[in-house]
Design a protein around this ligand. Sequence first.
Ligand code: ZN
Length: 225
Amino acid sequence: MAAYQLEIVRSAKRKKTISIRVTASKVIVQAPKDCSNQRIKELLTTKSAWIDQQLILAKKAESNYLPDVIKYGISLPFLGETITLKENNQSLAFTLIGTDLLIPQHYLNQESLYNWYYQQAKKIIPTRVAKIASTHGFLYNNIQVKDQKKRWGSCSNKKNLNFCWRLILAPIEVLDYVIIHELCHLSEMNHSKQFWSLVVKYCPRYKDCREYLNVNSIKLQSFLR
Ligand SMILES: [Zn+2]
């Protein structure tokens, strides 16, 4: 069993099950208020192989996400894929060819890379929202793509949508889930049973996507920050 930092969160609500979340730096256990430490300990022992595996995966993914130095050859996340930074000798622009992101020497820095990602998100996210909304018949007003720290998306009662650009670092399925989540808020401005039944209708694997965001939020939020 690997050594890790353990955080136990007792839920004040009527939570009945224990859930385990693994990040690169710690294991977070969410448990019902009256659950004994002994029971949590037993569960962690039973799940130790799975926890070890998740810790390795989380650490590996984190090292991919956090380049110490921006230089040619490093791997970067983009729509759930890994892209490689390469030199662009042909033009003065950023060019994405397959999984190679070609950039001129002049732009080989964090700020330029950040701007590129942000511009990509401003194109990709609204296009994706428009497509999903028209497929399922949702009507919204405006869309903004921001670098918000606390939320992946939001929906106002004026039917305006906000999304965090960092969603383009995650797999498309996860981005689509957040889009569907916010579009469903256009008719259900809450997280009621009706809301979730609407979400599951359009995104059957939404629980996996939520889990992905839970596990990877620090990684996504700290990228190029
Ligand atoms: Zn919501």
